[in-house]
Design a protein around this ligand. Structure first.
Ligand code: ADP
Ligand code: MG
Length: 245
């Protein structure tokens, strides 16, 4: 047997009513592997990564995190979910909490960590994303790029084993994209297992072990970036790349 995957999707099928949004998705992500997911709007990218932490539920197939399947009851599912950090396009910070409180909230209320310890950990992660000086501000006092770095720090506070990113730079002004990508590159180089939905192809070239192209609910093609960008095998991939590159 091969070594255990960090994330494994096996025969995943999902419908919204009569509409099949995911079609027989099979994906195995090794520990430390970096996957970039791209594809046209509506192809099911967000739905797929939301199934990985079960923010969305599927009807057929299995989702395994470090070999353990979701669906063993709420307490166990919550424990599995805590191993997975997620960063969204729209940051999803709590507007009425400071940056520091955004980062310590789950540590204190979910992990029952003493406040001083939670604050020290949060500050170390705000340093890692290079905004410790913003700790006492509120999210809306920050730029979009800074807010997204807070969201990354907040996710990292929970010591996740894998990180999911859903178009983390799509809502940012162009001049703020690189400050977020730089933090993500640093995270990738530290060995974090990551699945990143993005159309930032420079990022994909630099950090992805594999690029996955989705269309109409299917994984159409997957390849290392060098191969994916220079010699895509399928017409649908070529058409997509011609539109974004
Ligand atoms: P992507 O992230 O690739 O743009 P999504 O996963 O968001 O794609 O959506 C895939 C398809 O599923 C789209 O056609 C979208 O309209 C549909 N969809 C997404 N969420 C829902 C929902 N909650 N109910 C019904 N249809 C949905
Ligand atoms: Mg999406």
């Amino acid at each position: 047997m091969s070594t255990q995957a960090a994330i494994e999707l096996i025969g995943l099928n999902k419908w919204y009513g009569a509409f099949q949004v995911l079609k027989d998705i099979n994906l195995r992500v090794r520990e430390g592997e970096r996957i970039v997911v791209c594809g046209p709007s509506g192809s099911g990218k967000s739905t797929m990564i939301r199934c990985i932490n079960q923010l969305e539920h599927h009807q057929e197939g299995d989702v395994l995190i470090h070999g353990e399947a979701f669906g063993q009851g709420p307490a166990r599912d919550d424990a599995i979910r805590r191993e997975i950090g997620m960063v969204f396009q729209q940051f999803n910070l709590f507007p009425h909490l400071t940056v520091l409180e955004n980062c310590t909230f789950a540590l204190i209320w979910v992990k029952h960590m003493p406040k001083a310890e939670a604050e020290a950990l949060a500050m170390s992660l705000l340093e890692r994303v290079r905004i410790p000086e913003q700790a006492l501000k509120y999210p809306l006092q920050l730029s979009g790029g800074q807010q997204q770095r807070v969201a990354i720090a907040r996710a990292l506070c929970m010591s996740p084993k894998v990180m999911l990113f859903d178009e983390p730079t799509s809502a940012l002004d162009p001049e703020m994209i690189s400050e977020v990508l730089d933090v993500m590159i640093e995270l990738a180089e530290s060995g974090m297992t990551m699945i990143v939905v993005t159309h930032e192809m420079g990022f994909a070239r630099r950090v992805a072990d594999r690029v996955i192209f989705m269309d109409q609910g299917e994984i159409v093609e997957e390849a290392p970036p060098a191969e994916f960008f220079t010699a895509p095998r399928y017409d649908r991939t070529q058409l997509f790349l011609s539109q974004i590159l």
